[in-house]
Design a protein around this ligand. Structure first.
Ligand SMILES: [Zn+2]
Length: 353
């Protein structure tokens, strides 16, 4: 950590040769675009936050970042050292390895450290109806839990808020631990952090490509849309329950459902719905697509069929890749969605017709 006293360099100083922004600008073109933008955004936001708070930009920033030293180390120091940020597991992140995930991690940590209103103050403001832009991880997760549950319960007290945040983190950890292709887990992570390009988030007026609803947001694409409700109805039939949004979004299993199976199911549902969202986007943006676009009246049926097929394909993919995970001994042959043959091999229960 850099010790006081600090003086505040100007923005021009920050962009001068040898500084973090300059180092990053030199990296433009050497790194894949999303990684570069992630890193640039993190450094830029950090400095903006410091400037806004009039603190903490070390006066010797030019000394930390030597113009001719290793570029990765220089940028790494620029991002991590001034805030004392360390990676929760393992060593510091190398810029070349900076993924969208780690860049988001960094940004949220920096926001929490530099936002002058603490988490608690922000929660109380929200509770009093004073909704502020989302800053930091806790804000983001609370917003997600409130949307998933459809109530403001998680804002009611500090304990509720902490419990809700912890529950989402452990849900993501559980999902990530499933031994399965990581590309299927990405959509759930992006759903939690509102990182999916929906019309509402991009402030566009595009209608939903499936049902024509104006400005669909994540709640529409992952719950309200008729294509989603069709899949939910089939899951309801198989599980003999009435699942609600939080059952899927927060991976809360219903009574009598194995939590291991339910984690796989939730990851598969969100992946299938994200695939449907992309298909709906192709239908509303025909110029970017080379496939023929079906007329509007047929789209809903096509997308619904796509969701159902893709969801059951994913379940089949999972049981093919991992026919006997350690928890198979707890799965009875009558278990809905994914059952077992004599508690030894998983198999998929086909969709109800
Ligand atoms: Zn829709």
């Amino acid at each position: 950590m850099i010790k006081p006293p600090y003086t505040l360099p100007s923005y021009a100083d920050l962009n001068a040769p040898g500084t973090a922004l300059h180092a990053l600008n030199k990296l433009r073109g050497c790194l894949p675009a999303p990684v570069f933008m992630g890193a640039w955004h993190v450094v830029h936001s950090a400095f903006e936050a410091y400037r806004h708070n009039n603190i903490n930009i070390p006066a010797n920033v030019n000394e930390i970042i030597q113009p001719n030293s290793n570029r990765v180390t220089a940028s790494q120091k620029a991002m991590l050292a001034p805030v004392g940020w360390t990676r929760p597991t393992g060593g510091p992140i190398r810029l070349t390895k900076l993924s969208v995930k780690s860049a988001t991690d960094l940004l949220l940590s920096l926001q929490e450290q530099t936002e002058w209103r603490g988490n608690e103050e922000r929660r109380q403001m929200r509770l009093n109806g004073n909704v502020q832009p989302v800053k930091g991880r806790r804000d983001r997760l609370l917003q997600y839990v409130a949307l998933a549950e459809g109530t403001e319960n998680c804002y009611q007290s500090a304990e509720n808020a902490d419990a809700a945040t912890k529950a989402v983190c452990s849900m993501l950890r559980r999902a990530h631990r499933i031994r399965w292709n990581n590309k299927y887990k990405g959509p759930l992570w992006r759903l939690v952090y509102n990182g999916l390009p929906t019309a509402a988030r991009l402030h566009k007026d595009d209608p939903c490509g499936c049902c024509g609803t104006d400005r669909p947001d994540i709640k529409h694409h992952f719950w309200d849309c008729p294509a989603v409700q069709n899949l939910v109805a089939r899951i309801n039939t198989l599980t003999n329950a009435q699942i609600t949004r939080d059952n899927i979004w927060l991976a809360r299993p219903m009574a009598g459902i194995s939590s291991s199976v339910w984690s796989v199911v939730c990851v598969a549902v969100v992946a299938a719905l994200d695939s449907a969202r992309k298909l709906a986007y192709v239908y509303t943006h025909p110029k970017k697509s080379s496939t023929p676009i079906p007329p509007f009246a047929e789209r809903q049926q096509l997308i619904t069929r796509h969701v159902i097929t893709y969801f059951w394909e994913l379940l089949a993919d999972y049981v093919t890749v991992h026919p006997s995970p350690p928890w198979v001994k707890d799965i009875p042959p009558t278990h809905p969605l994914i059952s077992s043959l004599d508690y030894s091999t998983l198999r998929v229960v086909p969709p109800p017709t």
